[in-house]
Design a protein around this ligand. Sequence first.
Ligand SMILES: NC(=O)c1ccc[n+]([C@@H]2O[C@H](COP(=O)([O-])OP(=O)(O)OC[C@H]3O[C@@H](n4cnc5c(N)ncnc54)[C@H](OP(=O)(O)O)[C@@H]3O)[C@@H](O)[C@H]2O)c1
Length: 230
Amino acid sequence: MEVLITGSNRGLGLEWVRQLAGRGETVWAAARHPARAEALQRLAARYPAVHPLAMDVGDEASIAAAVAEIARHTDALDVVINNAGVLPEGETIANLRREDMLTACRVNAIGPMLVVQHTLPLLRRGRRKVIFNVSTMLASLTLKHGRSYYSYSASKAALNMFTRTLAAELRPEGIIAVVVHPGWVRTDMGGPAAPLLPHDSVRGMLALLDGLTLEHSGRFWTWEGKEHPW
Ligand SMILES: NC(=O)c1ccc[n+]([C@@H]2O[C@H](COP(=O)([O-])OP(=O)(O)OC[C@H]3O[C@@H](n4cnc5c(N)ncnc54)[C@H](OP(=O)(O)O)[C@@H]3O)[C@@H](O)[C@H]2O)c1
């Protein structure tokens, strides 16, 4: 498989690269600053099929340049994993900042859609044809009772709706689009109290990815492959 993953320099993204490369997949490992991404560069040195490349998902010119670079080397992508994300901390209605709301939307919702738009010609020629958008349980309207994470929750809820719409439009072409909650995972974002390790979350998401068919498209899944409430 040829896989593009965003935000691959740390956290869940880096673990995705490790597990995909470990089983012999070709990985286009996008990161904002790949030259400075030491752990990613070590994986690239170990696995020749790991290709670090620069992509800021908040910047469309950067997305276009990265996809053009991929297209110079391959004419097809099997899977696009929109993993990059940001979480503005400590928000209340009193201190909510316009810039944080916009950044969350730009990175968590709009960026993934632009990545899909730019990679679509490559995805159409792929064998698997999967768009795997990493969401969160905090985006669930049904489960949302907490008072925190305004920008993050709302931007990921937008990603959920974008993905559902996308799945409907691309279904006739056999392209699968899903949103997935990776669990509460011990990364910089998840923090040290998170019960799940990146290795186990990605192992679960990889099993889900491997089993995806058009039947699963347009739906919200957990890292364990169970349906998540919207
Ligand atoms: N950890 C959890 O418990 C949890 C739970 C639910 C959902 N998620 C979701 O899982 C995904 C991965 O989270 P994580 O826990 O691995 O978070 P993380 O450790 O904070 O890593 C976030 C990644 O996103 C990248 N990123 C941020 N802004 C970017 C931009 N503008 N362009 C490109 N890359 C950008 C970061 O790159 P830099 O190093 O350059 O900042 C980093 O690689 C996110 O979408 C997150 O919302 C995580």
